[in-house]
Design a protein around this ligand. Structure first.
Ligand SMILES: [Zn+2]
Ligand SMILES: [Zn+2]
Length: 336
């Protein structure tokens, strides 16, 4: 299935043509629930992981706000999907049904003499995205790699110089598929997870779109020109909501919509500016970004608004930035 972002309802380039030089391509992933296998691009699907390579462990300090046993979460998700099958569509179960189901699953599990957890030991990460370059345009270092695997530790962390606090922590693997021999089948799983950071398995429908900087990141004269354009049309936040950055799960582009904190330049220790590599979002669109709903899904209301069902903070996004000079330089995460 191909999914298409509708033309922007208003074109700021007609009023501010200088914006054109700030344009960047982003690839919207358009994840939709499915049953991905390890040879497919996915969000929350299995990885094509070399059998001889150790699975990554998180050794950071945790500051959990809310944790759940890993397989309890899987059971709850499965029960929710089965409770009202809708051809893989998003099921927005009401809060009390969800709570009741969660309690029942907890009781079932406890009665099975659940194993003791090692709360303090290193915890295996879970797959977040597998991006084959052949499916997802725009990824860096295409001369050397044809596969990017993104994992995270699905718990809250205290935060470091590089990692946002109260967020899951990423690890990346850049690969060449022709170097992968036997594939790992017994994938380690964490004992405890935060339910908010557990993605539903989704297949991808990548689409390249054009993004522009968040208004406060523009040179002052262009920021003023954009505001004048919004004033003339009488629509507040029109540029940021409808033009600048696409909502939802995506790679590259201008990344996030600065809102929690003011925009700040992102630089690597080597001095190079860091760029958005991957953005995890709490949904594919919201009330203010409805115009980004794909043409092919027009009229589906909220069914495809949040197929992945991950929540960052209070419905924010988590941006993973990388250094264009080297894949070996430390990346950075920022919550938007
Ligand atoms: Zn962790
Ligand atoms: Zn660098």
């Amino acid at each position: 299935m191909s999914l298409t972002t509708p033309p922007r309802p208003h074109d700021p380039l007609e009023a501010v043509p200088e914006l054109a030089r700030f344009a960047r391509s982003a690839t919207r992933l358009h994840p939709r629930q499915g049953e991905p296998v390890e040879t497919q691009s996915s969000v929350g699907g299995p990885l094509l992981w070399p059998a001889e390579e150790p699975w990554p462990l998180c050794r950071l300090e945790h500051d959990d706000q809310d944790i759940t046993p890993f397989d309890l979460d899987l059971q709850i998700r499965h029960a929710r999907r089965m409770s009202e099958p809708k051809d893989g569509r998003f099921d927005r179960m009401d809060f009390s049904s969800r709570l009741a189901l969660s309690r029942q699953c907890t009781l079932d599990l406890v009665t099975e003499a659940y194993p003791v957890f090692d709360l303090l030991g290193p915890a295996p990460l879970i797959p977040i995205a597998q991006l084959f370059y052949g499916d997802v345009p725009g990824l860096p270092w295409a001369d050397r790699y044809d596969l990017l695997q993104i994992l995270w530790c699905p718990r809250d962390h205290t935060g470091t110089e590089y990692d946002a606090p109260y967020c899951p922590a990423f690890q990346l693997r850049w690969r060449r598929t022709d170097m992968i021999g036997e594939v790992l089948t017994a994938v380690p799983e964490p004992a405890l997870v935060d339910e908010r950071y557990m993605p539903n398995p989704c297949l991808l429908n990548p689409e390249v779109v054009t993004e522009y900087p968040f208004s406060k990141s523009l040179p002052p004269d262009l920021e003023d020109a954009v505001r004048d354009w919004e004033d003339r049309l009488g629509i507040q936040a029109l540029y940021n909501n409808q033009t600048a950055v696409a909502p939802g799960w995506k790679v590259m582009g201008h990344g996030g919509y600065w809102g929690i904190i003011d925009p700040e330049p992102m630089f690597c220790e080597c001095g190079a500016e860091q760029f958005p590599l991957f953005t995890a979002d709490s949904g594919e669109f919201g009330g203010g970004s409805r115009s980004w709903q794909p043409i092919e899904e027009a009229g589906t209301e909220w069914e495809f608004a949040d197929p992945v069902d991950v929540t960052i903070g209070r419905g924010y996004t988590l941006g993973l930035y990388y250094c264009p000079d080297s894949e070996h330089h430390q990346g950075r995460t920022e919550m938007f």
